[in-house]
Design a protein around this ligand. Structure first.
Ligand SMILES: [Zn+2]
Length: 204
């Protein structure tokens, strides 16, 4: 099994074999169709693993939000043991795999939950909303081919993602909430820039 972690600046490109070589392409895969899949990473934070047992690399990860077995019941059970704040918990990849800073803020806004809510105080209807919000945020982001908020993220065809135009709170400090018109706040939670609507996401 081949596993690739893009980290901050990694990028996968599909290029014809005849395309000029790329000094930041640290791993190149020859494909059957005459193209190459190039792993381009100027900052070299990314990782490529070739392993017999993917469990050795990914066992420590929490469930995938888009998997069928990530049910509301399972999510409720996961949250019930946790006394930490909800936003850092959503970013903790051993708790839940695949949610980064932007999508955590977007999901919390969609669910109407303040980022500093304590995980084990969420009511069943709030857990249900958050579960739906996480899945729908990720599904929409995939449909829009990701978020190119800075210059780093491009898809395999070298194109920018389009989800940045859908963002409701992330990067919108001081601008009106699309739902209620209240200016979006920016704060720092667990050392990450965090955006929320103080009206839609009331303080605990
Ligand atoms: Zn609002």
């Amino acid at each position: 099994t081949l596993l690739i972690h893009l980290k901050m600046s990694g990028r996968l490109h599909i290029e014809p074999v005849t395309a000029p070589p790329d000094s930041h392409a640290h791993v190149v895969f020859r494909l059957d169709d005459g193209n190459e899949l190039r792993f381009h990473d100027p900052r070299k934070f990314g990782r490529v693993y070739l392993v017999d047992d993917p469990g050795k690399v990914v066992n420590k990860l929490g469930p995938e939000p888009l998997d069928e077995d990530f049910t509301i019941e399972r999510f409720a059970e996961m949250l019930s043991h946790r006394r930490g704040r909800i936003k850092p918990l959503l970013l903790n990849q051993t708790f839940l795999a695949g949610l980064g800073n932007i999508y955590a803020d977007e999901a919390l806004h969609m669910a109407g939950l303040h980022p500093l809510r304590t995980a084990d105080t969420l009511e069943p209807n709030e857990i249900q909303k958050l579960h739906a919000a996480i899945r729908s945020t990720l599904q929409q982001a995939i449909e829009h081919r990701g978020t190119s908020f800075d210059a780093f993220y491009l898809d395999t065809r070298g194109e920018r993602g389009m989800y940045q135009s859908q963002l409701q709170v992330y990067g919108r400090a001081g601008r009106p909430c699309y739902r209620c018109g209240t200016p979006i706040y920016r704060t720092v939670v667990a050392q990450r820039g965090t955006y929320f609507c103080p009206a839609c996401q009331p303080q605990p």
